[in-house]
Design a protein around this ligand. Sequence first.
Ligand SMILES: Cc1cc2nc3c(=O)[nH]c(=O)nc-3n(C[C@H](O)[C@H](O)[C@H](O)COP(=O)(O)OP(=O)(O)OC[C@H]3O[C@@H](n4cnc5c(N)ncnc54)[C@H](O)[C@@H]3O)c2cc1C
Length: 481
Amino acid sequence: MSALSSLGGLPGTAVCAEGGFSSALRLADERVRVDVVIAGTGAAGLCAALAAREAGAERVLVIEKLPLAGGHTLISSGSVSVARTPEEVVGLMNEMLDAGGGRADPALVRVVCEGSWAAKERLARLGVAWSEAPFRAVGAPSARSWNTGTAQSGYDYVQALMRAVRRAGIEVRFSMPATALLVEDRQGVRRVTGLTAERSDGRRLLVEAGAVVLATGGFTGNAAMIRRSRPDIPRGMETTGNPMGEYLDGSTGDGILMAVEAGAALRDMDAVIMLPFAGGRLVDYVGGEVWVNAQGRRFISEGAGFAELCGRVLKEPGARMWAVSDALAPKGATLPMKLMNGAVKEAPDLAALARGIGCSETVLRETLERYNRSVVNGWDEDFGISMRGLPVATPPFYYGLETLSIHYTAGGIAITPQAEVKDAAGRVIPGLYAAGETTGGVHGALRVGGLGLTDALVMGDVAGREAAGAAAAAASATTKG
Ligand SMILES: Cc1cc2nc3c(=O)[nH]c(=O)nc-3n(C[C@H](O)[C@H](O)[C@H](O)COP(=O)(O)OP(=O)(O)OC[C@H]3O[C@@H](n4cnc5c(N)ncnc54)[C@H](O)[C@@H]3O)c2cc1C
C-alpha cells in the first residue's frame, strides 16, 4: 500500500527517476522551468512568493488548487499574535510551549515568535492598516493579537499580499492543484526538482524548479485523513473552514500527502483542534459574547484555551452551548450569513432571548448581570479570574447554538527552522520546503489562538527566502558542473 493511501489521500505519487522524468514529461501538456514554485496562495504561500522574489529568485510561480486565492487565511478571523520586545518574545514562546504540551519544537517556536513583529510590519508596508491596540484572541492566554479592525481581516491580508504579488510580476495560476513532486534519486540521495499539476480540464503541467515550497494548508477538509489521525472524532463533524459544506475548501492535506510520497516525515498528526465556531458564535475575541449552557448558566470562561474549551463543551448535554452577544459588540463578517441561514437569531429583549434558548428568564438575567458586573470590575465572579470585555446588555441580542467543529490541524510535515522538509531520519530533503498549516512541530499538541496566521506569515517568509537561496545554489552547481 502506498504511503498516500494509508494516510487517506490520493493525488498522484511522487515521480521518481534516476536519469530524468521521461514518463512525466511525455504526459505533460506544458512544461515550465522556474527558480521557485510554490503550491498554495494562503498567507504562507503568498509570503513565500514575495520573500523568494526579494531574495533574488527571478522566476517564481505560484499554483493554487482553487479558482480563488487565500485558503483559510481568507476566511479567518484574522487574529495575528505577535511579540515585539525580547521579554514579549519569551512570554509568547512560553505560552506556545505550554499549550503544546511539551510536543512543540522549541527551535520552531523561537523562529515564529522572533519573526512575528517583523511579519506584522511587513504587512503594514504592504498596506494593511492594523487596529490600534492588541486584543485577546479566543484560545489565547493574553492580549497579543492584532487585526485590521474590520469584519474581514483575513480578506484584508490576502488582498494586500495578492496586490504585492501582482506588483512584483509573480505569476499565479488558479484551478491548478499540484499533484506530485518530482523526486530525483541519485544513488539513494533524494532531491526534489519540481512538481506536476493538473487542471480540472485534464491539462497537465510539469514544473521543473530549483526549489519547491509546499504551502497547501492543513487537512481539516479531508475526512479520511482526520479519521486516520483521530479515530475518536465523530464522523461527519463539521469544520469551521467549510461549515455546512457550502464553501470551497482546499485544506485536504495535499501537501502532506505529496511530501510523504517524497520521503518526508510527519509529526503530531493527532493534534486536531476542535472548537465551537461554525454555529452561533459571532466574535473571535474574548469579551464580546457570553457562553451559556442549556440552563442559561455560564459553564466556562470565554477566555479558556482550546483544550479546556473542548473538554467542557463535550461534558454539556449534546456537547452544545449557546453564544450570546448584543447590539454593541463588534462582530465578524459572518453575521449576515448566519442570520440568513438561521445559525444565529435576533432577540429584541431578554425575555425573547430566554425563550429562544429555552431557559428560565430569571436564571439568564442573573447570568448576564453577573457577567456584566464582572467585565466592569475586571474580575470574573463565576470563575475567580481577571477578565476584560464589554457588557452584553444592549438589545437586540444575537444568539445561536454552538457545538464543536474541526478547526485546525497542528500536525503535518516535519521541518527545520529554515523550513526545510525532513525525512524520517531527520535529514533534510534537498529542494523541498514547507510552511504554514501543512507543517507540524510549530504548535505541538495544541495551538494558541492567533498563532496559526503568525506561523504561516513568518514561516512562509522563511521558506521563500531559503528556497530562493537553494535554487540559486542549484543553478550555480549546474553551471559549474
Ligand atoms: C474560520 C477560521 C477562522 C480562523 N481564524 C484564525 C485567526 O483568527 N487567527 C489565526 O491565527 N488562525 C486562524 N485560523 C487558522 C488560519 O486561518 C490558518 O491556520 C492559516 O490561514 C493557514 O495559512 P496557510 O497559508 O498555511 O494555509 P491556507 O491559508 O489554508 O492556504 C492554503 C492554500 O493552498 C491551496 N492548496 C491546497 N492544496 C493544494 C494543491 N494541491 N495545489 C495547490 N494549492 C493547494 C488551498 O486551496 C489554499 O488556498 C482560522 C481558520 C478558520 C478556518
